[in-house]
Ligand binder design. Sequence first.
Ligand code: ADP
Length: 546
Amino acid sequence: MLGLMQNRPLLISNLVDYVATWHAETEIVSRDPRGVMHRSNYGEVALRAKRLANALEALGIKPGERVATLAWNSWRHLEIYYGVTCSGRVLHTVNPRLFKEQLIYIIDHAENGYVFFDPDFAPLVEQLAPHLPRVAGWIALCEEKDMPAAKVEGLKCYETLLAQASSEYDWPQFDENTACTLCYTSGTTGNPKGVLYSHRSTVLHAFAACAVDGLALSARDSILVVVPLFHANAWSLPFSAAMCGAKLVLPGPRLDPESIYMLLEQEGCTKAGGIPTIWLNFLAYVENNREKLDLTKLKLKLVFSGGTAAPRATIEKFRDLLGVFLLHAWGMTETSPIVTLGAPLSKHDSATPDEIVDMQVRQGRQIFGVELRVADEKGEPLPCDGKTVGQLKVRGNWVISGYFKGEGGKVMDDDGWFGTGDVATINPDGYVQLTDRLKDVIKSGGEWISSIEIENLAVSHPEVFEAAVIAIPHPTWQERPLLLVQPKPGTHPTKESILEFLSTRIAKWWMPDEVIFVESLPHTATGKLLKTELRKKYGGQLAVAG
Ligand code: ADP
């Protein structure tokens, strides 16, 4: 027997209509590349999103067509998020930090007819345009007076397009499985692949993100969105914040610690989301300027951190310097991205501060709406005992079923499980501990050594800024760990001091065979250590036999 409840499609336009009606005055604050503050609100953003929908119509962009952005976090980018998706087109957020060849590949692969770009990117657009004949128009996100002098055909001004369009527009109704956004994974090997989200997956994911043991969002929050709008839908914040009417603070390109601090203080931010590297620099700034700063003015309570593992030292510093709880998240572009979050359980009420940090360094527990398991090579589930290491597999309503245009072939097994390529344990409480990427694992004498864990411990050393661990060949043990260290500016740590520091914290057989000091470590366009490059450069090194 079927239930007798209404069945309305889950569309992003419902979120936008809701927030524009009931939280119209809630602010959307942005800082532009020159550092100038701009204040808007949900009511205005939604109205301008409707103007944009009419402008897209006038440009002849059909439903389902992909519209690209090359843009920082700003109110205009948010308007495009809403205007493009709610009108039935697909927003393709392009990561401007990718190599030129990758940008050309993905803009062409997505068949983008129009690219909206921040004027900052005009030199990049000039380089890209000759290779992208399919792109009919490049729309600069500015007013006429600020138009860049770029030599590209089809250059248009965003504000002029909006001014010419009406704000009268009824969002269309369509199937909730319709595509809404497209985001390419950076692909450290091979070409980037497109992840195509649907309205349904996005709305369901936003519900989960809002929940109290999710990102705990509310209308009383002011959220600093450090995570770029071009990376995995900025962890759902454009949608989940609209679902509950939270204020958004969009920092533009300036992500230096001083700018972040200023925004947190000025805008009364209660929550903030970004990758660990951002927080590392931010905390160093707070620590070094403690005398100058009035920390009592900060309202920050919760920081979401994901993309790479949050080191213990970062979690402790947030707690000790600012009284802030770091909520550790794990996910992938392919999973919308949130799968696990490190919210405490009631048992943690009686835990010691150290035990709470022990919980926080793990990648968190699965939230409802997705399923997670560790599996062996045959795909069979492994026990959640906190010890047994296997590949993380995930399935659920906001997990990929295949890449755009079928690239990469079949991605799910027959039961719908998607292999994440991450290796982890899950403990009896459900907390995931990521040990490695499958392609980065170090197998020594048949046992796995966790590069992530050694890296995290190494960055707790007072003189270490960043660390990377890779496998090097060994005549007896097949592989051994090599530790690469970027010292903190002005410090000169020694190999001995680092090894001594690690020796009390990890098993003897996990101890790196060699420590090499480097000026900087290479990163991907999404801020992850580029281990392929490190292996190319240092992987040939032979470990000390014995
Ligand atoms: P990319 O586009 O670079 O693939 P993703 O955000 O999709 O970016 O990357 C997902 C991967 O990032 C995961 O498979 C995992 O390896 C890593 N990752 C994400 N969150 C964490 C975390 N909290 N700790 C460790 N690694 C993480």
